[in-house]
Design a protein around this ligand. Sequence first.
Ligand code: DLL
Length: 433
Amino acid sequence: MIFNIEYETMPREALESIQLRRLQATLSRVYAAVPFYRKQLDDAGVKPGDVRCLSDLSRLPFTTKQDLRDNYPFNMFAVPMDNVVRIHASSGTTGQPTVVGYTARDIDTWAELMARALSAGGATRGDIIHNAYGYGLFTGGLGVHYGAEKLGASVIPVSGGNTRRQVIIMKDFGPSILTATPSYSLHLAEAAEEMGVSFRDLNFRFGVFGAEPWSESMRREIEEKLHLKAVDIYGLSEVIGPGVSIECHEAQKGLHIFEDHFIPEIIDPETGQPLPWGETGELVITSITKEAFPVIRYRTRDITSLNPEPCICGRTMARMNKVSGRTDDMLIIRGVNVFPSQIESVLMEIKGVEPHYQLEVDRKDNLDILTVRVEISDAAFSDEVKELQRLSETIGNNIKETLGVSASVKLAEPKTIARSEGKAARVIDRRKL
Ligand code: DLL
């Protein structure tokens, strides 16, 4: 079902004229209200009124995560604190967290976008949504929650953690939609199995998974283990939270960006030059309706490409391809660029290997060493030593063949790699420690 037919199926020309009007209004507002943006524009010699068409956007300077940190906690807010009704923050694994604010209207906008997103992912008013995204400063839990209520579905605000209790709730309440990080959904599947509960007997139809990169092979694994259709949802706190873009369950091919609220661009991360439709680079987003925390040309560091082709679902909004990684997650191993998701894809194709892995990078004698620790299934674990050696060789060879890097493979016993309740920590890069 399409939640907002008028906007989600709008012809491109009409959409672009709305985008331009909203962009101009946003620029005037941030220029007046946020000293950072006023200085950025002044330094670039651009006045808000100079932006007369959408391609003028590329004349504006970028905003980076560092800029948000420099303005910690509230200096990027474009409205007085009186008008801010909610504050979220990103976890900030390195340095200061980034803090974002919402007006009452921003919360409404977000709820609308999440209602659209959940609908695209297969949810209807009649569904019960088991929402296992964390509630708190992280935007996942509350973002889904407000969207589910706006849609009119019934939401179970179970949050992350307490996994065994979640399985009992799934069994007793019969939720039909699961919302969680992909890694946590697999942890739920495992816990259910241990408790003798089969997803076959549960009521799930769809799962809406995001907040971390996950490969197509991981999707197949989840769909099989959880007996549901899995769609990908994308977002980031700096831009609004979840609900920037979503796959439709009909195509499961690229995530529709809600372009009436966000203008996407793809740039070459090295040069900052905008790239044409279809080319892969860093996603940059400008928000055009947010009041408390607008962002102009925000560099997400996420790597993807844009596809404007019409979709079988009827939505006209451009799609971004599945995020393959982040510019700052890219490992350079002996000169070869490696994304964790590429290794994930290789691992998931091999029988006997479980979707739980960790990558460790170290440097010895000036050489990078990649170690892949991956769990094996119970069945594989009971194999002869010779078989295990063969499995480990296959993994190493396939990684070498596909990615061109050598990896030392360590098979881990079932259930020994730490499970996450939110975003999985896949990489330990000791070179940086
Ligand atoms: O992760 C918002 C969210 C919550 C999205 C629930 C989807 C579902 P942050 O904590 O600010 O916000 O982290 C944002 O997570 O820049 C990406 O690197 C990554 N990310 C989010 N969704 C996806 C996805 C939330 N579907 C950062 N695929 C982003 C790949 C994703 N990476």
